[in-house]
Design a protein around this ligand. Structure first.
Ligand SMILES: [Zn+2]
Length: 217
């Protein structure tokens, strides 16, 4: 059984853990930790970056059974207990970008748009909605920026619970509720410098490019 610490605590950046498993995949060695702090690539969010015993983690993937495996630089194969560390500033940045993605989605849903896809990679972060009507790019960009910043200022708590079916449910304030397995800030006021980077219309979609930071603490 692997404990997914990244799901319960965004701000756990360091953990000692035993090795749960080592597997070979396409000629590479991948390890799984009993106490896992690494977020795997998925749901529009990149993998966490970090180290195991000082050796760089270069890829993080989750298998069909939900076990998260790490690929280490140079095929390093640790034994027994290890020290796992993720890049703190990168984790905080991704949590801020990811949470802001929920806020954009919520603001757009209020305008009648439906979710299409997302990407929370720094400098490429965007939320893509299905286009439901003609839009003025400037007006909609200003509207999203203003509404998201209003939610940010209110400092709504961001909490995670599980449904009866075992799905993780993220609640922001009282009204924003999404199924999600990503990492989030504790409250919306931990997001800062939110701004719209671009608004693009492509075929039947509206792509909202954005950027933001995490507060210092
Ligand atoms: Zn999320």
């Amino acid at each position: 059984m692997q404990e997914q610490i990244y799901l319960s605590n965004t701000y756990c950046f360091y953990k000692k853990s035993n090795i749960l498993d080592v597997v070979q995949y396409r000629g590479e060695s991948w390890i799984a930790l009993e106490k896992n702090i690494f977020h795997p690539k998925g749901g529009g969010q990149p993998s966490d970056i970090g180290f195991i015993d000082g050796i760089k983690v270069i890829e993080v993937k989750k298998n069909k059974e939900g076990i998260v495996f790490l690929k280490l630089q140079d095929g390093y194969k640790p034994l027994g207990s290890v020290e796992a560390e993720i890049d703190k500033e990168n984790r905080k940045k991704l949590a801020a970008l990811h949470t802001a993605g929920h806020l954009i989605n919520a603001v757009m849903k209020c305008q009648g748009f439906s979710y299409y896809s997302c990407n929370h990679e720094p400098r490429k972060s965007r939320v893509v909605m299905q286009l439901c009507s003609y839009v003025d790019k400037c007006i909609i960009g200003d509207m999203i920026e203003e509404n998201v910043n209003n939610i940010v200022k209110k400092g709504f708590p961001v909490t995670a619970t599980y449904s009866e079916e075992g799905l993780r449910v993220i609640t922001i304030g009282h009204e924003i509720i999404d199924h999600c397995a990503g990492t989030h800030v504790k409250k919306t006021s931990m997001i800062e410098e939110f701004k719209i980077r671009s608004i693009k219309v492509k075929k039947e979609t509206l792509s909202v490019g954005y950027d933001c930071s995490h507060t210092l603490h």
